[in-house]
Design a protein around this ligand. Structure first.
Ligand code: GLU
Length: 439
């Protein structure tokens, strides 16, 4: 079956790794089934939604390698929502309520005091036409609630398994505010029906919404889509991610120079039974994808693990895949340094080591040794065997071996006590520069 899925962010901020995971799981589902991915902006909150955030989200989604087949804006569909809301009003499923927030709060407190569940008492359903007219004449405007059936709504969640929610335990949800604006619940259902969404894959914070949305879908005479609610991400400390969302935004990961496919691989494989392996494109991830592989347990997101995965991905990346992003560098430099970097920008450190900006470090007790080594530098041209030829000669002449042989040479040539293999760096540094540094 080809799936039509959607990713539905509210453009009231940028997306973070948790939202990205939802987007990626939907994209994998679409790819796996040759289906379609709808990017839907849930921007019914026109006061908080901005074009700038929407554009930022589009850029983030694109950076993650997701190519939506269709883009939709809820703010462009109010006419359609009005039409459906009117139909529900005519059928008595959407009813006007006039309680103020203060009055609702008082009701809740009384229920609490009587140890009753804080469920809306449907007092507004009892109002006569005359009472309603009086409230309106007094300046009150209606908000609109959906009259739930009050039954057990069941669905087979593709991640969580069979779910049962008794909607008698829920308040009739407000779908339309006093000012006529829509809460997210109804537009989402209408869009899912109109865009023929087959699978709703989203975070488990929406499980209760699903019971309500299934009722609304059925009230509209449509068949609900399949639902799959994934667990939410926690930080390495096991707590929710919400506190540090800034640093976990996709935009900041991009600015930090992370590889999109490291982020994608991490997000896609967290909380699954599969090993977290860095894929360089979606193919392998799509092949291994299945909603049934996602665990119900919260998935831990650890920035350090992401960095390690990024490093692992770079270690094997061929020159072809990075050359556009490293203009002016050579394949030889890339092959020499890729095993020693965590993000691509770290390549700059080693570029400097090769091209200049090095302060050679020579300990006084090594001065004589370095001078002897300098004299033994082989003639040009240099290649990958030069280091071995040279150090064999130095070893024979000075009697040094192991670390006392190699470390002073590394310190003098690079100014650092660690780094890529000198066999690869040395020909890049070249004889002239080596002579200078050893001098
Ligand atoms: N805008 C909603 C959110 O970001 C979408 C939830 C859904 O996928 O239905 O939570």
């Amino acid at each position: 079956m080809t799936a039509i899925v959607r990713f539905a962010p509210s453009p009231t901020g940028r997306i973070h790794i948790g939202n990205a995971r939802t987007a990626i799981l939907n994209w994998l589902m679409a790819q796996k089934t040759d289906g379609q991915f709808v990017l839907r902006y849930d921007d019914t909150d026109t006061a908080r939604s901005t074009d700038e955030f929407a554009q930022g989200i589009a850029a983030d989604v694109d950076w993650l390698g997701i190519r939506p087949h269709r883009v939709e804006w809820q703010s462009k569909r109010f006419g359609r929502y009005d039409e459906v809301a009117d139909r529900l009003r005519a059928e008595g499923r959407l009813y006007p309520c006039y309680e103020t927030a203060y009055e609702l709060d008082r009701k809740r407190k009384l229920q609490e005091a009587r140890k009753l569940p804080p469920v809306y008492d449907r007092a507004a359903l009892m109002l006569t036409d005359a009472e309603r007219a009086k409230l309106e004449a007094g300046g009150r405007r209606a908000h609109w609630r959906f009259r739930l059936d009050g039954r057990v709504v069941a669905w087979n969640d593709l991640i969580r398994g069979p779910q049962h929610i008794d909607t008698r335990s829920l308040s009739d949800p407000v779908l339309v505010r006093e000012d006529g604006s829509y809460l997210y619940t109804l537009p989402s259902v209408i869009d899912d029906i109109d865009f023929r969404i087959t699978h709703v894959i989203r975070g488990e914070d929406h499980v209760v919404n699903t019971a309500v949305q299934i009722e609304i879908t059925q009230a509209l005479g449509a068949k609900p889509p399949a639902y799959a609610h994934h667990s939410l991400l926690t930080g390495a400390d096991g707590k929710g991610l919400s506190k540090r969302l800034g640093s976990l935004s996709i935009a900041s990961m991009r600015e930090d120079g992370l590889e999109p496919m490291a982020v994608v691989s991490h997000a896609a494989l967290l909380g699954t039974s599969g090993n977290i392996h860095p894929y360089t494109d979606y193919r392998g991830l799509v092949d291994g994808f299945g909603l049934d592989k996602l665990s119900r347990a919260p998935a831990r997101f650890d920035e350090q693990e992401l960095l390690m995965l990024n490093a692992k991905l770079l270690h094997h990346l061929p020159w072809e895949k990075v050359k556009d992003r490293l203009p002016g560098d050579s394949e030889a430099l890339w092959l020499a340094v890729r095993g020693n970097i965590v993000t691509l920008s770290d390549a700059g450190t080693w570029r400097e080591v090769v091209n200049g900006g090095v302060t050679p470090v020579v300990a006084p007790e090594d001065a004589e040794f370095i001078a002897a080594a300098r004299k033994l530098l082989p003639p040009s041209p240099w290649d990958a065997t030069t280091w071995k030829v040279w150090t064999e000669a130095v070893k024979a002449a000075t009697g040094r071996k192991g670390k006392p042989l190699f470390m002073p040479l590394r310190l003098a040539l690079t100014g650092l006590d660690h780094g890529p293999e000198l066999a690869q760096l040395l020909p890049l540094i070249g004889r002239e520069t080596a002579l200078e540094r050893l001098g």
